[in-house]
Ligand binder design. Structure first.
Ligand SMILES: [Cu+2]
Length: 293
């Protein structure tokens, strides 16, 4: 009886281990593929094009590439990838910098496999014989694109009257496979209006996006219930995750919608206006008093 239980336990453990190994890979977070891969690219020469369209070839730095060649027309061709950007005419660096076939009529041996060592950029591949027409882009992409995120707001400006509030949507986007939590904060300059974000933190999945609502309020505050001054403000929204941070600005105009929306600091205008008004009042009073006496 004891032995039967033991064998049952062993069978159960093997089953659990098997199921775990089967399901574990799908439970792992998806990670951006950055390891080098191998590509075989087939190009058919058919004057005046490769593959009838001179297709763009895209690879990643560090990839291993093999190019198999053939033709369907009656001409002689020669394939060349111009990694040093000196044109189709220089075949002297074939096999060192550039990658080339020989002149061919029937399908030649494939070019490569070769490792793409050139810096990320757009290069050109040619037929050296028909270089004006038979050419296309050979794009080398970076293998080390850093996962990152972007932040935008819509709308990018708000106009609200004193004592009111307004909202704008702040959107976060995952870039280059970024996945993680991004914290949002907002500051207003000059101080006065209050800004808040809901939610203040967004979890982005790889290739995903998320949105938060930025609410800006100009209700009066403080002991004397001082109203927020009319004028132009900037709300700076900072999105940060670890050491990475990005920001976006929302222009805020406080006042009636018909008031000017220039960049000048409007609080100066009422102050200057008030001072001028006071001088005029005092001046008129002095004039009247002198006239009376
Ligand atoms: Cu050709």
């Amino acid at each position: 009886m004891q032995r039967k239980n033991l064998s049952g336990l062993v069978v159960s453990l093997i089953l659990i281990a098997g199921i775990t190994m089967y399901f574990a890979p799908s439970a792992l977070p998806s990670i951006l593929q950055v390891s080098a891969s191998s590509h075989t690219i087939s190009l058919v020469a058919n004057y005046p094009n490769w593959n009838n369209s001179n297709p763009q070839i895209s690879v990643t730095q560090g990839d291993t590439v093999t190019i198999s060649l053939s033709r369907t027309d009656a001409y002689t061709h020669q394939f060349l990838v111009d990694f040093d950007n000196d044109g189709a005419g220089d075949t002297g660096d074939c096999g060192t910098t550039d990658q080339c076939s020989g002149l061919f009529t029937t399908a030649p041996p494939p070019v490569g496999p070769f490792t793409v060592n050139s810096n990320p950029a757009t290069y050109t591949y040619y037929c050296t014989v028909h270089s004006l027409y038979m050419k296309g882009n050979f794009v080398v992409q970076s293998a080390t694109a850093t996962p990152d995120f972007g932040v935008t707001s819509n709308p990018t400006s708000l106009t609200i009257s004193q004592g009111a509030s307004g909202t704008t949507a702040v959107t976060l986007n995952s870039l280059n496979g970024f996945a993680g939590t991004v914290n949002l904060s907002a500051t207003v300059s000059p101080s006065g209006p209050q800004a808040s974000l809901n939610p203040a933190s967004i979890s982005l999945s790889t290739g995903g996006s998320g949105s938060s609502t930025l609410t800006v309020s100009t209700s009066s505050s403080g002991y004397y219930s001082t109203p927020v001054a009319q004028g132009s403000y900037t709300v700076n929204v900072v999105a940060s995750s670890g050491s990475q941070s990005h920001s976006t600005s929302v222009m805020l105009t406080v006042g009636s919608t018909s008031s000017p929306t220039g960049n000048s600091s409007l609080p100066v205008v009422p102050i200057v206006g008030g001072i001028i008004g006071a001088i005029v009042v005092v001046g008129v009073a002095v004039f009247l008093l002198r006239r009376k006496s």
